[in-house]
Write a protein that binds this ligand. Structure first.
Ligand code: NOJ
Length: 731
């Protein structure tokens, strides 16, 4: 009896310890992620699974396009939230509730659009590409990741990899420009900057590649429109940066709003599953764009009900529904009647759980609460933002060495001089516009000890009010040189900000014309998020500096360039047309059919005002000839090209060398030339640097056919750097 009793008691204890007391496997930090995912999945009800596939907003959504407000009624089982706070407290409070009050205590992920800084705002992506410095961009993104994660944000919706060739499209400023290779390199740098080697680190966040795919080809540059993309362009242009960033290990990906050839990207199984999952083996999580699941019914009208919208999106490959509510309101009942396979729901839930385990959120659900000054806008963070601003500004014109300035009396004129908002562009996360230094503040700080500085606004960015003209003209007359701070308002580009006219507005052009009558040298400091048309005013200007939307210390960066403390080194990642009527105009178009290969207009020159890759500096760089370690190679060989660049000027400077490849004869019509490599190096005055490019034929000499198969054709290839050329031969 005693024995039996002892046996029963012991068995009870073992059962109690192994079953009731033992930590479930998914809570065991030392277990493998896949085992934890499977263990947790096996414990979840259908409803709990479905809720993991939904994203809600937490906090007050201040984004004009997605206005939402604090909502206390969201279900605690939700998988993730867009988090509208720059402090961890609100996150921790919600996370505590989730862990305590839900059955399995699955912590949530907190996301935000951190696209060019969290609180320390640095230049917009188009400007980052102009820097030609992916190493610096990676460091800057790492800084943004650290500010984000320490503040309670685990996941950003960036980088944006839409190759854009229409400057009327407002979102061109969020891209790395018109070239697929450039988008790939800066995309990968951004992913690495955010994610590092391990996204569970308290200083790293998950990246999200967006918008998959073809959003940059939205028709007429109008936002949210259809995209009609040839298979040739899809494979050789639009998919390329995504493939590069998938290979770099990006944790998540967002679908695009647009349709491609009639199929909305949100419900496009070909791109989301056949290409992304099956061909590229992407193992991360996919998310829709904001409400794009319900838009299948509400706007694109490819389905009649929200249930159908949910089915189509889920089956196409969208794991998470961003804020449309379609998944949460329909998937439970659809799965119960077998209208969606449970296997597909399980697969999507696995993606979300895997992301949470990779982020370390199960093991560290709360963010340590620290003071803002410890984690935001530290001097080091501001310094790196300023460095990127310096490197991203592009000197477009500098007649008779108008710059750097040598004059004693400087007039600063124009609406952008004192406007903080232009410094930040859009999507500036938790940036506070009041942190931004203005252009005038930067100039004053740089010059005031030895120079007389006067200021007149002259006019606003737009409108017809010319009452400030006389004061501006008088100010110019009393100065030796005029710095015009003009261009676009801070909110004229980005989402839902397409523009038909991309010249700077008439009122600003009129002021420039009147100021040019004073015969004072005019330097235009141009702020904008897109290429603008400058054809009418360009002849009146002695110098033009493109500063884009340069971030928190853009004023200092500009002033450094004006004074010569900083030698400008940015180059255009996008073509500046002479007229909006030339759009689309980009350097890598395919060869035309007859004698005018680029396709001429009879009434204007057919070339752009400023070409892709254009950018001046204060040094004089002389290029030697391209050298190669061999001329013939086969497809498994590598070949090393090099070129010497000498700085024959008297200022140390940085030069970006662009390497292009042309395939003179190919079975399909190919671009005139394609960028395959670029590098930026510092070259001391009087010194020389050797730039190299190792050609890998499969990577650098191939193209994709219309089915996405890699084609490598033997024959000659022309390598070019500026006007230097070298022929190589693939056997
Ligand atoms: C819509 C935008 O298209 C996307 O880029 C952004 O990440 C989401 N809204 C979330 O704010």
């Amino acid at each position: 009896m005693n024995k039996i009793f002892r046996f029963l008691a012991l068995s009870g204890l073992v059962f109690f310890q192994t079953t009731l007391l033992a930590k479930p496997l998914y809570k065991d930090a030392s277990a493998a992620i896949e085992a934890r995912v499977e263990d947790l999945l096996s414990r979840m009800t259908l409803h709990e699974k479905v809720m993991q596939l939904n994203q809600y907003v937490h906090g007050t959504n201040m984004n004009l396009h997605n206005i939402g407000k604090i909502d206390d009624h969201y279900p605690l089982e939700a998988g993730s939230y867009i988090y509208y706070s720059q402090d961890p407290e609100m996150r921790n409070e919600l996370q505590k509730k989730i862990i305590k009050e839900t059955r399995l205590g699955i912590p949530a992920i907190f996301a935000h659009d951190v696209t060019h800084g969290f609180r320390t705002i640095y230049p917009m992506p188009i400007a980052q590409a102009a820097s030609g410095n992916p190493v610096l961009v990676e460091q800057t993104c790492a800084m943004a990741a650290k500010e984000s994660r320490l503040s309670g944000t685990d996941w950003t919706f960036s980088p944006m990899l839409d190759v854009a060739r229409d400057p009327r499209w407002g979102r061109i400023t969020e891209t790395f420009g018109e070239d697929p290779h450039m988008n790939s390199i800066f995309g990968v740098a951004t992913v690495k900057g955010y994610q590092g080697d391990d996204i569970s680190s308290t200083e790293r966040i998950a990246a999200c590649l967006k918008h998959f795919v073809g959003y940059g080809a939205t028709q007429g540059g109008r936002d949210y429109r259809q995209a009609d993309i040839s298979d040739n362009d899809l494979w050789n242009i639009h998919l390329k940066p995504f493939k590069a960033c998938v290979d770099a290990g990006a944790a998540t990906l967002m679908s695009a709003f647009n349709d491609i050839n009639g199929i909305p990207c949100t419900s496009n199984r070909n791109i989301l599953t056949d290409i992304l999952r099956n061909r590229w083996n992407f193992s991360g999580a996919t998310i829709s764009d904001w409400a794009s699941v319900s838009q299948l019914k509400d706007y694109q009208a490819t389905v009649a009900t929200y249930s159908e919208a949910a089915i189509r999106s889920l089956l196409a490959g969208i794991d998470i529904d961003m804020c449309s509510g379609c998944y949460s309101s329909t998937l439970d009942s659809l799965a119960n009647i077998n209208a969606v396979p449970i296997d597909r729901i399980n697969e999507a839930v696995r993606s979300v759980l895997r992301l949470k385990f990779r982020l370390g959120i199960f093991d560290r659900p709360f963010t340590t609460e620290t003071k803002r000054e410890k984690r935001l806008m530290t001097p080091e963070n501001i310094a790196i933002a300023e460095r990127l601003a310096e490197e991203s500004m592009v000197l477009l014109k500098n007649n008779n060495n108008a710059l750097p300035l040598t004059q004693h009396k400087i007039a600063v004129i124009g609406p952008a001089a004192t406007d903080r908002r232009i410094m930040y562009g859009e999507w500036f996360s938790h940036g506070d516009v009041n942190d931004a230094q203005t252009l005038l503040e930067g100039i004053t700080h740089e010059f005031e000890s030895q120079t007389e500085i006067s200021f007149a606004k002259g006019c606003d960015f737009d409108g017809n009010d010319r009452s400030g003209f006389p004061e501006a003209i008088e100010t110019a007359r009393n100065a030796d040189i005029v710095i015009l701070c003009m261009g676009e308002r801070g909110n004229w580009s980005c989402e839902n900000n397409s523009r038909a006219e991309i010249s700077i507005p008439q009122i600003q052009r009129d002021l420039i014309k009147e100021l040019s009558a004073t015969k004072k040298p005019l330097v235009l400091v141009l702020t904008n998020g897109r290429p603008v048309v400058l054809t009418e005013i360009e002849p009146m200007l002695d110098a033009i500096i493109e500063i884009w939307q340069p971030g928190i210390r853009g004023g200092n960066a500009l002033a450094g360039i004006l004074s010569g403390r900083v030698n400008p080194s940015g180059k255009l990642p996008v073509t500046f047309p002479r007229s909006a009527a030339q759009i689309p105009l980009y350097y890598s178009s395919r060869r035309g059919a007859r004698f005018s290969p680029h396709g001429d207009y009879k009434d204007i020159p057919s070339n752009p005002l400023y070409e892709f890759g254009h950018g001046l500096g204060y040094s004089c760089f002389e290029y030697g000839n391209i050298k190669s370690d061999k001329i013939h190679l086969n497809k498994d060989d590598e070949l090393t090209l090099s070129i010497d660049v000498r700085n024959s000027g008297d200022k140390d400077g940085k030069e970006i060398v662009h390497w292009f490849v042309t395939d003179p004869i190919s079975s399909v019509v190919r671009p005139f030339k394609e960028l395959k490599h670029f590098e930026k190096k510092e070259i001391k005055a009087g010194d020389k640097q050797t730039f190299t490019f190792k050609i890998n034929p499969i990577r650098d000499l191939s193209f994709m056919d219309n089915n996405g198969n890699l084609i490598l054709e033997s024959g000659d290839f022309i390598i070019s750097v500026k006007d230097k050329k070298l022929k190589i031969n693939l056997e």
